[in-house]
Design a protein around this ligand. Structure first.
Ligand SMILES: Nc1ncnc2c1ncn2[C@@H]1O[C@H](COP(=O)(O)OP(=O)(O)O)[C@@H](O)[C@H]1O
Ligand SMILES: N[C@@H](CC(=O)OP(=O)(O)O)C(=O)O
Length: 448
């Protein structure tokens, strides 16, 4: 049995849905279909999820949002019309959406999440209706009814372990299951969404729950490329990659797969196949536990901007018991997570996503770090990009760091920081945000 997920780009129009249908029915193992909300039809288009977020935010500010609501409905209606799906599905979608817009707004996060999730929920209903109209046995399955229960943590949602057992019953359903991605229900019955692009996570959860043979993730590229194709044109395709490598690369900027989507499939030992809806005969990229290393030291180079660093120095920091705890507890009080902590004898640097702090919280954090830790220096540097060079082969190849550092030096990119060690399969370089693309090009041309 295969679980097959289609991203928003694969579901953006009636024409795309026809491709989806043909892909699903071409293989009788494709039994569970996870769908995103309709995505962009072209680069200037707006994803349904973004329209829904804007609708919710305007409602919360008591601003007019009727046009946005109609735009959302029109996206589904144009697909239904293009595919001659009976129009009553659009009436259902309209009623559902209006009920959500006018629902209780006392908990803003839950209100926004419920509206956001309706993008995939209503799309799953539409896709199921389309399959049925083609004479195929297919049913929409509600995540609540199926038992996709999620945690309710501060700013974070993940699947509860007991969900797997309940979801395993999906295996016994007759016909094709069409399941909305991106959200689950709390134990209290409220909708919570995963982070953006989280339908990938739903697909992986279901694949693990039903012990699928494969998790196929259909998107709009022929493969995972060794570097973001929006940065380097015609990059090398990756045929096979390990879970560990892909996890590092998707964390660091390979948006083709959500970085949390690998864990459920990895734990259950299910291979993940990234494929192209627009070119379904292409083999795509297979994500597996072990691969033959035919790639040399590096398999991929990913990058992401929007980071800052907080450099803290204090003479004899290494001798001070509890320094790290005190430092991190100050961040914790402001709800700020850190990504990396490269350190020396008398200094440590915290690397964080910059959008977690505004100018005011930053000032307070710096002041508290300085005063409470009696630091000699606390310096914040903004607008950094992190570049991750990844490959299982690094462990067996001497000199990879030197090659990377030389390539950056030759391209006149100053390395602000290097972090290598904890992970055996990656090294991280921090550079100034404006040097990001230059650095990625230089590293790509060094290793490929
Ligand atoms: N290394 C990479 N390989 C392939 N695609 C990548 C990579 N890095 C970023 N991408 C981007 O990921 C996109 C696919 O992800 P996404 O837009 O979320 O698709 P979907 O709508 O199918 O969920 C590609 O179109 C591409 O622009
Ligand atoms: N629709 C949601 C979830 C998702 O997974 O979408 P996509 O498959 O288009 O990345 C989002 O835009 O975040």
């Amino acid at each position: 049995m295969k679980v097959i997920k289609f991203g928003g780009s694969s579901l953006a129009s009636g024409e795309q849905l026809k491709k989806v249908f043909n892909i699903v029915i071409s293989d009788s193992e494709r039994k569970i279909v996870v769908v995103s909300a309709p995505g962009k039809r072209n680069s200037d288009d707006i994803k349904v999820t973004d329209l829904l977020i804007a609708t919710a935010e305007r409602q919360l500010r008591n601003e007019k949002n009727e046009e946005l609501i109609e735009e959302v409905i029109a996206r589904y209606a144009s697909i239904a019309e293009e595919l001659s799906i009976p129009a009553d599905i659009i009436t259902t979608i309209r009623e559902d959406l209006l009920a959500l817009v006018h629902a209780d707004q006392s908990d803003e996060k839950r209100y926004i999440d419920a509206l956001k999730a309706s993008g995939e929920d209503n799309n799953a209903k539409l896709v199921a209706a389309f399959f049925q109209s083609q004479g195929v046995e297919a049913e929409y399955v509600c995540p609540k009814q199926a038992g996709l229960i999620v945690t309710d943590e501060e700013g974070y949602t993940s699947v509860l372990p007991e969900s797997y057992e309940r979801l395993s019953a999906l295996r016994d359903r007759k016909g094709i299951v069409v399941f909305p991605g991106f959200f689950g229900y709390t134990e209290d019955g409220d909708v919570l969404t995963f982070s953006r692009s989280g339908s990938d996570i739903t697909g992986s959860i279901l694949a693990a729950a039903v012990k699928a043979d494969f998790y196929e993730n259909f998107t709009d590229v022929d493969a995972v490329y060794s570097v973001n194709p929006n940065v380097v044109s015609n990059p090398k395709e990756i045929r096979e990659i390990t879970y560990r490598e892909m996890r590092e690369l998707s964390y660091a900027g390979f948006t083709v797969l959500h970085d949390e989507a690998l864990i459920p499939a990895f734990r259950a030992g299910i291979p993940v196949n990234i494929r192209n809806t627009n070119n379904p005969t292409a083999p795509g990229t297979l994500i597996v536990n072990k691969r033959n290393n035919t790639n040399g030291p590096v398999i991929g180079i990913a990058s992401d901007k929007g980071f800052c660093s907080i450099y803290i120095s204090k003479y004899l920091m290494n001798r001070e018991v509890g320094f790290g705890r005190k430092m991190l507890s100050i961040l914790e009080e402001y709800g700020v997570a850190y990504e990396h902590t490269p350190s020396g004898i008398d200094d440590v640097t915290l690397i964080l996503r910059q959008d977690q702090m505004n100018a005011e919280t930053e000032e307070k954090i710096v002041q508290r770090l300085t005063e409470e830790l009696h630091a000699d220096e606390v310096i914040v540097e903004h607008n950094l990009a992190l570049i991750m060079v990844v490959g299982e082969g690094m462990r067996h190849n001497v000199g990879t760091t030197a090659r990377a550092a030389k390539a950056l030096a030759d391209a006149k990119v100053n390395i602000e920081m290097i972090n290598q060690g904890s992970s055996e399969v990656s090294m991280m370089f921090a550079v100034k945000g404006e040097s990001e693309d230059k650095a990625v090009h230089a590293l790509y041309h060094e290793f490929f």
